[in-house]
Design a protein around this ligand. Structure first.
Ligand code: PEP
Length: 266
């Protein structure tokens, strides 16, 4: 059985001091068995938090990195620079795709660069509201996924994380408790799309090993419903990861929720 993974995406929030202080509070909490918990602060806080988290169970992720290893790329950090600091890196987050116009091609290079550097890419895929309204979700997820992992071997694909993050469900960081959110059926359907594509291209064993997260206004009130889906292995909350009262209950829910097969209409 795949273990559970809860990753808090802090986005562009917190000063370095605030980020380090919050990471310290989270690191002091006992992490329940069967759950991996990580935080994803902005790049400036990574190094200090990495030092703080040594010898703790809390994992660290980066929000972004470029695919070239080094060179004249002002403002960027590279995957090799994250080595020894971050275990995970977000790639293809909808804010990177839509605000910073990252293409499927760039995202594919980033996924491959992360793997080359021994960092686990969390490949985020998801449809916009318009794409959903036109019933293009399956095609969009397939295109983003298949393109994103195209440069990896099957052994490498088995170790990545894929996050289903419908663009229309992602909150502004404050509205996560009352924002539109996907249904557990949407999440299960997306996990089925992800695994069936991987199965077709890399085999069933690989498809079974890949971790699939749900993200998009995940919070303590809806966490159990998502974690009950047997295709969903965890959550990638943004807004709800910014404070202990809304983040930690999701970790506890992940530890106690037993997944069951839910049948969805194709
Ligand atoms: C995210 O950060 O990827 C996210 C899904 O944000 P939120 O939970 O605030 O919608």
């Amino acid at each position: 059985m795949r273990s559970k993974l809860i990753l808090g995406n802090w986005k562009m929030h917190f000063t370095v001091k605030q980020a380090v202080s919050f990471a310290g509070k989270l690191a002091a909490k006992p992490i329940p068995e069967g759950v991996t918990v990580g935080v994803i602060p902005h790049a400036l806080a990574l190094s200090e938090i990495a030092t703080l988290l040594q010898k703790t169970g809390l994992k660290l992720g980066a929000q972004n990195a470029y695919f070239q290893d080094e060179g004249a790329f002002t403002g960027e950090i590279s995957m090799p620079m994250l080595r020894g600091i971050a275990k995970y890196v977000l790639v293809g987050h909808s804010e990177r795709r839509h605000i910073f116009h990252e293409s499927n091609e760039l995202i594919r290079h980033k996924v491959a660069a992360a793997v080359r550097s021994g960092i686990i890419p969390v490949l985020c895929i998801g449809e916009t509201l318009v794409e959903r309204q036109h019933y293009h979700t399956k095609q969009v997820l397939t295109d983003q996924l298949v393109s994103g992992i195209a440069d990896l071997t099957s052994e490498e694909v088995a170790k990545i994380v894929v996050a289903y993050e419908p663009d229309w469900a992602i909150s502004d960081g404050k509205s996560f408790a009352k924002h539109d959110v996907a249904t557990p059926e949407d999440a299960q359907k997306s996990s089925d799309i992800i695994r069936s594509n991987i199965s077709e291209l890399y085999g069933q064993e690989v498809a079974k090993k890949v971790k699939v997260l749900y993200g998009g206004s995940a919070n303590p009130d809806n966490a159990a419903a998502f974690l009950k889906c047997d295709g969903i292995d965890g959550l990638l909350p943004g807004g709800a990861s910014l404070n202990m009262a809304t983040f930690w209950p999701m970790v506890e829910i992940a530890a106690t929720t037993v997944p069951t097969k839910i049948n969805v209409k194709k």
